[in-house]
Design a binder for this molecule. Structure first.
Ligand SMILES: Nc1nc2c(c(=O)[nH]1)N[C@H]1C(S)=C(S)[C@@H](COP(=O)(O)OP(=O)(O)OC[C@H]3O[C@@H](n4cnc5c(=O)[nH]c(N)nc54)[C@H](O)[C@@H]3O)O[C@H]1N2
Ligand SMILES: Nc1nc2c(c(=O)[nH]1)N[C@H]1C(S)=C(S)[C@@H](COP(=O)(O)OP(=O)(O)OC[C@H]3O[C@@H](n4cnc5c(=O)[nH]c(N)nc54)[C@H](O)[C@@H]3O)O[C@H]1N2
Ligand code: SF4
Ligand SMILES: [Mo]
Length: 774
């Protein structure tokens, strides 16, 4: 079978717009996922991978962090898992000829879509200072280049080590060990742009920044509230769990400015009924909240809960739980009384009756789970909004009992594991103590930079070497133009990657691309084939075994590359046997056993077919390891974003055919979009008010109190049933609209979900090439 030639970049074709869908998956889902796979990979490879994905002896889907049920079906994956596997396991390679023909400057005009379509990178490539081309280098030379640059720095804090959440636990552990042994806590990660608000809020309120539910809790719940999350696209198999929950009697409330297909209905492609029957209704109540209105909504619901208690003293709140386990109830109760319903209505755009119904459902349910994702975390008040989620749960003891809990739904497949392994710029001293003791050195204690501060430090010339373990920071971070200028100032930028992206074409003076093995591929080291381990959204840890031959024998595993860099940089100065860990990952896992809390006997536990579940004090024993030793009910003040007349609030989100900055196709099936990404979704009544119309091409200006407007030109308006006053466009194209310092209070996560914009008729044609931003 000969791999297909690289696909064309954006065509000049008109974007096609059809009606949005009101249910997710079904036969269409599976068909759409399998067609490109079979075309690209051939049938035997496809069958091999698709029967091993998410199986107990197989490999973990590298797409999202949704957990696996304990009873697996033969095909335990979804459409978007299929796309992720296909994208990685393509036989298409980026050739030496490609790098000769395409200068780095020439690739600046290319979109993420085009870059990703070129295939897998198969050998280390180096761009020297003054050169505009990548040329092949040997692995040894590549490691030496990194080592020389790192060893030439005045201080270890002049280097930064970014991680994206696909890295395995073994790679992540080795990576943070190397960064700290080298001397820095500069370990920013994609989580800084993602669930950092969750970590900050939950650690404060309940003492752990992770979900307090297990997979089976979904099946035992009475009420599941899904806020700011689009599971039909971003966690598709969650819909199967929701279907099962509904069969067991659960009700579902969805809170979202958009009527996302997967929140409205679902057809499970793996059941007969799913093929031929009607879609199952998912949300029993759909609340079309305004962007950023969730905190006001949650407070209004809590207010109703307290009012119900006043009417029925002793019968509504979980008094035993509050007394025994919680702090701060009185202050909270007092504060909630001051909530003004008119402000709530304005902030949420919801009718009082809708909020009454929400509260009634909450009060009628003994076991409640609240899930959330980026629609909550990526707001200026994301942290406080999550604290309000916890407040509402605590009032009726909905944490630490079956069928109930707080459930942030994580993004990247191992983003949570990477954090558990120590990838964080501010790991607690207890972790650093254990690490130092295990490896006999003194880890640095000053906190390092997060993603946003890292870009600022690059811009200020304070960080000179940037290493990326996966990901595409320049594509993913806000303020794209500033970030790119900042990266150009480095002496060396290094990317460990599977495929090309923006972070390979906007580089430091010198740049390296180090090609990694994907999760689908057999990882052969000196002691034999290795497995790696990952942690999902509900703290379950298990092994993942590569299945197919690597794309080329010149690619190396993440562990092997990190070990190689560490060995070249530090040698055996600290007596750490870097290469021994590469030869046999069991050695890394033995270290993990002794350093990472909850991971004792890590080799044995990860060899179990089901893996194991990490301890979680709130979930397991209602133990809250906060500063006060209790769960903290908090007082927060909602400050909804002020949106002046003639303006809209913009959120940036994912299409159905992308994984973050990886663009699989130019379609967004559930929202009715084909062949284009430069669209902006606006409510028809807002269009009428603004004197604009569906199909018109506009420029999007974002407005900031103390700095000039930013602009994105040539976007086609799509009339869409979003909440009034709210608009939506795709990330990463829209990142340019958000200034670097527009971040969530307390977590420093870029505010990607409520940006004040105005629209003006455009003279730029819609949807060709890279977006126009000047
Ligand atoms: N196929 C696929 N899967 C993915 C990803 C992908 O790109 N593609 N990315 C992965 C990653 S890293 C992550 S973090 C997750 C992201 O998963 P999601 O959080 O589902 O991702 P988004 O596309 O950002 O969608 C945000 C949702 O929140 C809603 N929303 C926005 N603002 C608000 C608000 O103010 N209030 C409320 N209530 N809702 C709001 C939006 O309408 C949208 O439905 O998915 C992971 N899985
Ligand atoms: N405006 C706006 N910005 C956002 C968001 C938003 O909603 N709106 N979402 C934010 C969120 S939630 C996140 S998580 C970040 C994502 O930020 P990142 O995690 O940095 O970005 P990704 O696009 O997931 O990274 C994709 C790249 O990872 C590499 N890769 C793929 N598989 C592997 C592998 O197995 N190993 C290695 N080493 N590399 C691999 C490929 O080269 C690919 O191009 O973006 C954030 N940015
Ligand atoms: S739900 Fe997520 S992890 Fe599961 S198969 Fe789909 S994309 Fe992969
Ligand atoms: Mo994410």
């Amino acid at each position: 079978m000969s791999p297909k030639a690289p696909r064309e970049d954006f065509s000049d074709d008109e974007i096609e717009v059809g009606p949005p869908k009101d249910y997710a998956a079904g036969f269409g889902g599976v068909y759409h996922s399998m067609e490109p796979a079979i075309l690209d990979m051939g049938l035997p490879r496809t069958v091999r991978l698709m029967t091993k994905i998410n199986q107990k002896d197989g490999f973990d889907c590298m797409s999202c962090a949704w957990p696996d049920p304990s009873h697996r079906k033969i095909a335990e994956f979804c459409e978007n898992g299929g796309k992720a596997v296909t994208w990685e396991a393509t036989p298409l390679k980026v050739s030496r000829k490609f790098f000769k023909e395409n200068s780095v400057i020439s690739m600046l005009d290319k979109t993420e879509y085009w870059l990703g379509q070129q295939g897998r990178i198969t050998e280390p490539m180096f761009k020297d200072e003054g050169s505009d081309h990548y040329v092949p280098v040997s692995w040894d030379r590549a490691f030496q280049i990194v080592a020389d640059e790192l060893n030439a720095l005045d201080h270890p804090n002049e280097a930064s080590f970014y991680t994206s959440g696909r890295a395995s636990n073994e790679a992540a552990f080795l990576y943070q060990l190397f960064a700290r042994a080298y001397g820095t806590n500069n370990l920013p990660d994609c989580s800084n742009m993602c669930h950092e608000s969750t970590g900050t809020a939950m650690t404060y309120s309940v003492g752990i920044g992770k979900s307090t539910v297990s997979y089976n809790d979904f099946l035992e719940s009475d009420l599941i509230i899904i806020m700011g999350q689009n599971p039909g696209t971003n966690h598709p198999r969650m819909l199967t769990a929701l279907e099962d929950a509904k069969k067991n009697g659960a009700k579902i409330i969805a809170v979202n400015p958009l009527p996302e297909a997967g929140l409205i209905g679902y057809k499970d492609p793996q059941t007969v009924r799913g093929y031929i029957g009607k879609p199952l209704q998912i949300a029993d109540q759909f609340m079309q909240v305004r962007l950023g209105g969730d905190m006001a909504l949650l407070q209004a619901v809590s207010k109703r809960v307290l009012e119900a208690e006043a009417k029925n003293p002793g019968r509504v709140l979980d008094h035993d739980f509050i007394e025994r386990y919680c702090d701060g109830f009185e202050e909270f109760a007092e504060h909630i009384q001051t909530i003004d319903e008119r402000n709530v209505e304005q902030a949420t755009g919801l009718a009082t009756a809708e909020i009454d119904e929400f509260a009634k459902r909450y009060l009628e349910s003994n076991r409640v789970i609240i899930c959330w994702a980026m629609g909550i975390t990526q707001h200026r008040q994301g942290v406080d909004t999550i604290k309000e989620i916890i407040n509402l749960l605590l009032l009726r003891g909905n944490i630490g009992k079956p069928g109930a809990g707080a459930s942030p739904i994580r993004g990247h497949s191992n983003v949570q594991g990477d954090r558990t392994m120590g990838v964080w710029e501010q790991m607690p001293d207890s972790f650093l103590d254990a690490l130092g003791k295990e490896f006999n050195f003194d880890p640095p204690r000053d906190h390092g930079v997060d993603a946003v501060h890292g870009i600022r430090a690059l811009a200020d010339g304070k960080i000179k070497v940037w290493v990326g373990l996966g990901g595409n920071l320049l594509g993913a971070i806000s303020d794209s133009n500033l970030a790119e200028e900042a990266m150009r100032k480095t002496t060396l930028s290094v990317q460990l990657s599977t495929k090309l992206n923006r972070s390979h074409v906007v580089t430091g003076k010198k740049a390296l691309i180090l090609p990694v093995l994907g999760r689908t591929e057999v990882d052969q080291q000196l002691s034999g084939p290795q497995y790696i381990t990952v942690e999902d959204s509900v703290c379950a840890v298990h092994a993942s075994h590569g299945q197919i031959e690597p794309i080329a024998d010149t690619v190396r595993s993440e562990v092997a590359i990190i070990g190689g860099i560490a060995h070249a940089t530090l040698g055996d100065s600290l007596g750490i046997d870097w290469l021994g860990m590469v030869d046999n990952y069991d050695v890394i896992r033995d270290h993990i056993s002794r350093v990472v809390p909850g991971c004792d006997n890590y080799n044995e536990k990860t060899r179990r077919r089901d893996g194991f579940v990490l301890p979680n004090p709130p979930r397991d024993e209602r133990r809250f390891e906060t500063e006060t030793g209790k769960a903290r009910i908090t007082v927060n003040t909602a400050e909804p974003v002020d949106c002046p007349p003639g303006r809209l609030l913009l959120q940036t989100l994912r299409s159905h055919d992308q994984f973050n900055t990886t663009i699989y196709s130019l379609n967004d099936r559930y929202r009715g979009i084909k062949k284009g990404r430069y669209v902006i979704f606006v409510h028809p009544d807002d269009l009428a008010e603004l004197g604009l119309s569906d199909g018109q091409t506009v420029d999007i200006f974002s407005e900031w109190p103390d700095q000039p407007d930013r602009v994105l030109r040539g976007f086609r308006i799509v009339s869409y049933p979003t909440a009034r006053g709210c608009a939506a466009a795709y990330f990463p194209e829209a990142n340019v609209l958000v200034p670097l310092d527009s971040t969530a209070i307390g977590s420093n996560t870029p505010v990607s979900k409520a940006v004040v914009i105005r629209l003006e008729p455009s003279s730029t044609p819609a949807g060709v090439g890279r977006p126009v931003t000047v």
